[in-house]
Design a protein around this ligand. Structure first.
Ligand code: MG
Length: 374
């Protein structure tokens, strides 16, 4: 492995852990963070949480787990190509969605509405809450006691009011600093992964078609390339060959643009990275093409009536569960009832609901509301 860039995050440059621990013997500090994330309960639950499609709709669709692994793959490749810390990029990518509610964005919106008068609910902050508090497995600390830079990467955005409550982690939102380049990479790797796999899942589900995708320049161009090279290809292979070209085009564009920005800004240290506008990014052309793809997915897939029906049911499940726990906190399992004593019943109910998988939430709903279920 070639040497890391002078502006990469390294063990030696890390701001460290909240609770001091002896250095790992066989791994780097950031490998240890990644491994702690992989062994967490919240990580395993990602298998049964979805973004667009509800888990029981079919076994072929992405779940939050496979999404996180795809993000980690893309982030690691980019980090390595830029001589940045790919262990850190991988750790952030694997943890970035830990705080997601069941039922994807619909679940998050519903829980945020429920929490309106109790400080709101934001999956990004919830991911942080999980790694700092809710995972209770280690003897010496709550959470996973991750390194500062891993936690910084998990916290993508944050209001100034909230930032003031977060101590050292909130600083950069108040000062207008950028996170590490490894964290910046994860943000864009997340976009590259979900835009492309949502196209794939959207096509597989039949909710969008290849004909519709001809309106999206990024796809039209690469689909045309595939059709010219392989005129007789069956649709499954045609779709995959197109998507892999789009991912490659986006990663290549991002690498070229980022290298250009590095040359222009000439960062010499991590401090320079914090003080410079985002160094990781798409070119203007790719930025626009990527936005067009996002717009297409929003209109044609996320707002498809079949998806809307599913998400409206999901919202109802979440808000009914929340209302039940608020009215009768003793319905909460003991560890969440204990949390209610310190964090308030609304936050405890939100922690419990956010931790549920899609199918667990459905089961819990039946247990609480259906006559004859236990
Ligand atoms: Mg994500």
């Amino acid at each position: 492995m070639s040497e890391l860039a002078p502006y990469a995050v390294t063990d030696a440059r890390s701001r460290g852990r909240r609770v001091a621990e002896p250095s790992p013997r066989t791994r780097s500090e950031f490998q240890r963070d990644r491994d702690r994330i992989v062994h967490s309960t919240a990580f395993r639950r990602l298998e049964y949480k979805t973004q667009v499609f509800v888990n029981h709709e079919g076994d072929l669709f992405r779940t939050r787990l496979t999404h996180s692994i795809e993000v980690a793959q893309i982030a690691r490749s980019i980090a390595r190509a830029l001589n940045l810390n790919d262990d850190l990029a991988e750790a952030i990518a694997l943890a970035h969605d830990l705080g997601h509610t069941p039922f994807g964005h619909a679940g998050q919106d519903a829980l945020n509405e429920c929490m309106g008068e109790h400080g709101g609910f934001e999956h990004n902050l919830q991911s942080l809450r999980i790694v700092e508090l809710l995972e209770q497995r280690y003897a010496a600390f709550d959470g996973l006691n991750l390194l500062f830079e891993t936690r910084e990467g998990i916290l993508k955005h944050c209001s100034p009011a909230r930032a003031r409550t977060l101590g050292d982690l909130g600083e950069r939102f108040l000062q207008g600093w950028q996170p590490s380049m490894e964290a910046q990479i994860c943000n864009l790797a997340d976009e590259i992964a979900y835009n492309n796999h949502d196209v794939d899942d959207g096509l597989r589900s039949g909710l969008i078609s290849l004909e519709q995708l001809q309106d999206v320049e990024l796809f039209r161009r690469h689909l045309g390339e595939v059709d010219r090279a392989f005129p007789q290809l069956a649709d499954r292979r045609r779709i995959h060959e197109t998507i892999r070209r789009v991912i490659d085009a986006q990663v290549t564009d991002l690498l070229n643009e980022t290298r250009k920005r590095i040359i222009e800004a000439a960062p010499r240290s991590l401090t320079d990275v914090h003080a410079t506008p985002p160094l990781v990014g798409f070119s203007d052309v790719m930025y626009r093409e990527n936005n067009a793809l996002k717009g297409f997915l929003r209109e044609q897939l996320y707002r498809h009536y079949q998806v809307v029906r599913m998400t409206s049911k999901a919202r109802r499940i979440i808000s009914d569960l929340f209302a039940a726990f608020m009215t009768e906190p003793r319905l909460l399992p003991p560890q969440y009832l204990a949390m209610a004593a310190s964090a308030g019943k609304a936050r405890a109910a939100a922690d419990y609901i956010a931790g549920m998988t899609d199918r667990y939430a459905i089961k819990e709903y039946r247990r609480l509301f259906a006559v004859g279920e236990v």
